[in-house]
Ligand binder design. Structure first.
Ligand code: FES
Length: 155
C-alpha cells in the first residue's frame, strides 16, 4: 500500500492535484503497474480530494483504464454514436479478421487484446481507436490492417 501511495503522489504531483488530472493520472498508473488496483484508485481519490466513487466511475466508463492485465497491445475501438454512424462495425470486423479474435479476446501470443470503448473525444475525426497510448483516427478497414501489421512487425 505504501508504494502505491508514493507512486500516486509522484504522478499527481506531475499533473497537479486537480479533478481534470484524473484521466492522465489513471493512465500513468496503468503504465507503471499494468492495471488499476482498488488501492491505487483509493489513493487517487485521496490525492485529488474527490470521492472514490468518482474515480471508480471514471475507470469503469473508460474501458481502456483496465482493472486487469491483458495483451501487450490493447486496442480500444470507439463504440459511441458518432463513430457508430461512421461505420465502426466495419472497423471492428476488420480488426477481428486481422487478429483472428473476437471483441474481448486476446491473441494466443498475448500480443493484442481487442475491446470497444466509449467516446474518445475524437468524434470529428472518427471512427477512432486507442492502442496503448496512441490515438488513431479516420479509420478504414484497410487502415486497421496496416496499423496492426506495422505494430506486429515492430515487436
Ligand atoms: S463517438 Fe467516437 S470518438 Fe466520439
Amino acid at each position: 500500500m505504501a508504494d502505491v501511495r508514493v507512486l500516486v503522489q509522484q504522478i499527481s504531483a506531475k499533473y497537479g492535484n486537480k479533478r481534470t488530472s484524473l484521466l492522465p493520472i489513471l493512465q500513468d498508473i496503468i503504465k507503471e503497474k499494468n492495471y488499476l488496483t482498488s488501492e491505487a484508485m483509493t489513493e487517487v481519490a485521496r490525492a485529488l480530494d474527490i470521492s472514490a466513487a468518482e474515480v471508480y466511475g471514471t475507470a469503469s466508463f473508460y474501458s481502456f483504464l483496465e482493472t486487469k492485465a491483458d495483451g501487450k497491445n490493447k486496442i480500444y475501438i470507439c463504440k459511441s454514436i458518432t463513430c457508430d454512424m461512421k461505420d465502426k462495425n466495419k472497423i471492428i470486423e476488420a480488426a477481428e479478421r486481422t487478429l483472428k479474435i473476437k471483441l474481448g479476446e486476446t491473441t494466443p501470443d498475448k500480443q493484442f487484446s481487442l475491446f470497444e470503448t466509449n467516446c474518445l473525444g475524437l468524434c470529428d475525426v472518427g471512427p477512432a481507436m486507442l492502442i496503448n497510448d496512441d490515438y488513431y483516427t479516420k479509420l478504414t478497414p484497410l487502415k486497421i490492417q496496416t496499423i496492426i501489421g506495422d505494430i506486429t512487425r515492430r515487436k
